[in-house]
Design a protein. Structure first.
Length: 81
């Protein structure tokens, strides 16, 4: 083994050692309890609202009603905002 191969081996061993130490040396990330936050409650309400809105839009897209009735329903949805 010549000098260059020896230096390369040392660099590889040091790099692998540093990577292993970084991997195992990490602390576990503790996430806050999602059910206890106000943000999660707000997001649940928003998801529920969006599900209801999607259901209405699906009904509007699949119904065989006249154009005027469809326009009225779309305007009613816009007024809800």
């Amino acid at each position: 083994m010549n000098v260059y191969e020896f230096v390369l081996a040392i660099v590889i061993v040091a790099t692998i050692g540093k990577a292993v130490r970084a991997y195992f040396g990490r602390e576990a990330v503790v996430l806050p309890e999602a059910s206890d936050t106000q943000e999660s409650n707000r997001l649940r309400q928003e998801v529920q609202f969006l599900k209801e809105r999607i259901a209405v839009l699906e009904r509007l897209a699949t119904e065989d009603t006249g154009a005027k009735a469809l326009d009225r329903q779309i305007e009613a949805l816009r007024d809800q905002k």
